[in-house]
Design a protein around this ligand. Structure first.
Ligand code: 9MR
Length: 330
């Protein structure tokens, strides 16, 4: 009766009633950073979203709020509201922040297309300075260069590659180091979980950057998986070989989508995928972070991008932990 009354009162006060694991929150059962992509909108308007995030995770990555198209849609006209909100949330709640992302072929503002190579080069440097400078000392790690490879391991012919040439990568890292010497600087990509043409190219590039003394500190492995393609069983081996180059590794965007509708078999397969990612990271001391790309199926990029697939996160739409969560934190 008292319990029922408490739930009713909590509901009236809009205090979220969300179950916690007996073992304690995810962030407390590991020495790795445990992160999630977050969006400023639900962070400010959904108490249950904010509460689960705050309880379970100790690192946040703005899902879109720090992307160039968002922060500088028109040249010289800045919008930091979403990024500021997340960084302030992090500061007030003792969370670490992963900055995402500075040089990326997607979600950059259209005005870049009008710039010639010399001007683009100085604008990219300025962008890195401005954004990293604004949050200097408050961002643990930055995804400096994102998704620069094609599946076959060749370089993506982005505007940066085409107009600035191969050296844009090394330049971006050097500018980033100067802009915030306290941040760990990462290269980040997807479909680079297992050993394949793309991850070989990534490995070779990082090795060569290190040999040249370019200031790169880490490799982000996004880890957007789907149960229909099988688990990339060489993930651990891949993390090991990258770590042997003298860089940190982060799982930066983990999610495991399933063909809808979900059922208990599929949710169990998903759980085993999440657990294998978690284990691969924990098997290598230099794998320092396990971050998921959103934590609830209520807010996930997956259904909009892969029609017929979804339910890719650790929590369902009502913020109830799914088998995947329980597999990580029994
Ligand atoms: O989750 C993000 C989604 O809301 C955006 O619409 C999309 C735009 O490209 O970017 C998504 O996040 C991507 C991330 O920034 C980079 N790696 C792949 C992620 C999923 O597409």
């Amino acid at each position: 009766m008292i319990a029922r009354l408490a739930v009713a009162v909590a509901a009236l006060l809009l205090v979220p009633v969300v179950p916690a694991s007996a073992a304690g929150p995810l962030k407390d059962i590991t020495s790795r950073y445990v992160g999630s992509a977050v969006a400023a909108q639900p962070l400010s308007s959904e108490a249950d979203y904010r509460s689960v995030l705050t309880r379970e995770f100790d690192s946040v990555t703005p899902e879109n709020e720090m992307k160039w198209a968002v922060v500088e849609p028109n040249r010289g006209q800045f919008n930091w509201s979403g990024a500021d909100a997340i960084v302030n949330y992090a500061r007030q709640n003792g969370k670490s922040v992963r900055g995402h992302t500075l040089v990326w072929h997607s979600q950059y503002p259209g005005w870049l297309n009008n710039l010639g190579s010399g001007e683009l080069r100085s604008v990219v440097q300025q962008h890195i300075n401005t954004e990293m400078g604004r949050y200097r000392g408050r961002i643990r790690a930055w995804d400096v260069v994102n998704e620069m490879f094609n599946e076959d391991g060749s370089r993506r012919q982005s505007i940066f590659q085409q107009r600035m040439g191969d050296s844009y990568v090394a330049d971006a890292f050097r500018w980033a180091r100067a802009a915030d010497p306290s941040a760990k600087l990462y290269i980040n990509d997807y479909n680079t979980e297992g050993i394949n043409a793309k991850s070989n190219a990534l490995y070779n590039l990082v090795r060569s950057l290190k040999q040249q003394g370019v200031p790169i500190d880490g490799v982000g492995i996004q880890t957007h998986l789907s149960t229909q393609y099988g688990f990339p069983t060489s993930l651990r081996q891949n993390i090991e070989r990258l770590a042997a180059l003298g860089v940190d590794i982060a799982i930066t965007e983990a999610d495991v989508r399933i063909p809808l509708p979900a059922d208990s078999n599929k949710l169990n397969t998903q759980a085993s995928y999440f657990r294998q990612i978690w284990d691969a990271c924990h098997a290598v001391p230099r794998c320092v972070e396990f971050t998921t790309w959103g934590f609830t199926d209520r807010h996930s990029w997956v259904p909009g991008t892969f029609p017929g697939e979804g339910a890719a996160c650790l929590y369902d739409t009502n913020l109830r932990p799914k088998p995947a969560y329980t597999r990580l934190n029994p």
